[in-house]
Design a protein around this ligand. Structure first.
Ligand SMILES: NC(=O)c1ccc[n+]([C@@H]2O[C@H](COP(=O)([O-])OP(=O)(O)OC[C@H]3O[C@@H](n4cnc5c(N)ncnc54)[C@H](OP(=O)(O)O)[C@@H]3O)[C@@H](O)[C@H]2O)c1
Length: 280
């Protein structure tokens, strides 16, 4: 495993296991398999409804809590300072832990400043070890980073070979905020796993398109949290630390960037409405 040092000095694994759309009733089983595979970073969220499953798996693993890096996210319906703080307590209970390693504002909707202030309080109280944001574009990022006392350690955004987030990554250097890539496989869109560039580069290193895509992001300084419910794919996605993509091949993949979202287009009215209407 490789690690990235966050702007508060805490180290985070460069690869984790994502739980979006993972059936709450199956989440314990899948997280257990992920832990057995070697994953220690687990990405869940209040709105995924699988914090409890993740918490059970961590607890039953018998592995020390300090070895894990648990990420969760506050949904926008929990906006308001008191509500947001209460929601952190609920997440802690579901996760069966005394602290969450990283808590994010899930979406830049509603009164997210109140959520951020609650996160700062939780950070000072020690129940959250790092705080950050998700789905913040450059303007919103600069605003919150500029005005906050505790700078966000991470902005979790849609990042993959087709949407490499270079401009955002550059803007975030000022406050030392790292990118965590959601949908590192673009959720399989654009026939991702059969992409000819990723496949042909992968063949040189004896790796699949999926492994090549993850390695590219990790070598670009980006934390990745691929999701799969298949144990063979958990192993495949984890097995990305025994090779390096050379400069020439990195450039070929850099050229795949379209600088456009494939899944979460926040300039699209319907997408915004769809997300806004998701209730806890
Ligand atoms: N902050 C946010 O707003 C936000 C939004 C979306 C996601 N996320 C986080 O980011 C994580 C990852 O994103 P994501 O789940 O949306 O998409 P993703 O990881 O890009 O793609 C997941 C899809 O790829 C398939 N897959 C995984 N590994 C594969 C492999 N080696 N070969 C072939 N197919 C493979 C999975 O199928 P199977 O499961 O059937 O194997 C699933 O359909 C989420 O789970 C969540 O934790 C955050």
């Amino acid at each position: 495993m490789e690690y990235i040092e966050l702007n508060n000095g805490i180290k985070i694994p460069a690869l984790g296991y994502g739980l979006f759309m993972v059936d709450p009733l199956k989440s314990e089983e899948y997280v257990t398999q992920a832990i057995e595979t070697g994953y220690r970073l687990i990405d869940t969220a209040q709105v995924y409804n699988n914090e409890a499953g993740a918490g059970n798996a961590v607890k039953k693993s018998g592995i020390k809590r300090e070895e894990f890096f648990i990420v969760s996210k506050i949904w926008h319906t929990n906006a308001g300072y008191d509500n947001a703080l209460k929601s952190i307590e609920i997440s802690l209970k579901k996760l069966q832990t005394d602290y969450i390693d990283l808590m994010l504002i899930h979406m830049p909707y509603n009164d997210y400043y109140s959520i951020y202030m609650a996160l700062e309080t939780a950070y000072k109280n020690g129940i959250v070890k790092s705080i950050g944001i998700s789905n913040f574009d450059t303007g919103r990022y600069i605003d919150i980073a500029y005005h906050s006392e505790i700078k966000p350690v991470i902005n979790q955004v849609e990042t993959h070979v087709f949407n490499q987030q270079k401009k955002l990554q550059k803007a975030m250097q000022e406050y030392g905020t790292e990118i965590m890539a959601w949908a590192p496989f673009a959720e399989g869109k654009n026939d991702f796993f059969n992409n000819s560039i990723l496949k042909s580069i992968g063949e040189k290193y004896n790796k699949t398109a999926a492994q090549t895509a993850l390695r590219f992001l990790i070598q670009s300084g980006i934390i990745v949290i691929p999701k799969t419910i298949h144990i063979d794919r958990m192993k495949e996605n984890f097995n990305v630390f025994d090779f390096n993509i050379d400069e020439q091949d990195m450039q070929l993949i850099k050229n795949m960037d379209t600088e456009k979202a494939v899944i979460g287009d926040f300039s699209d009215i319907e997408y915004n409405k769809y997300v806004l209407n998701i209730k806890l």
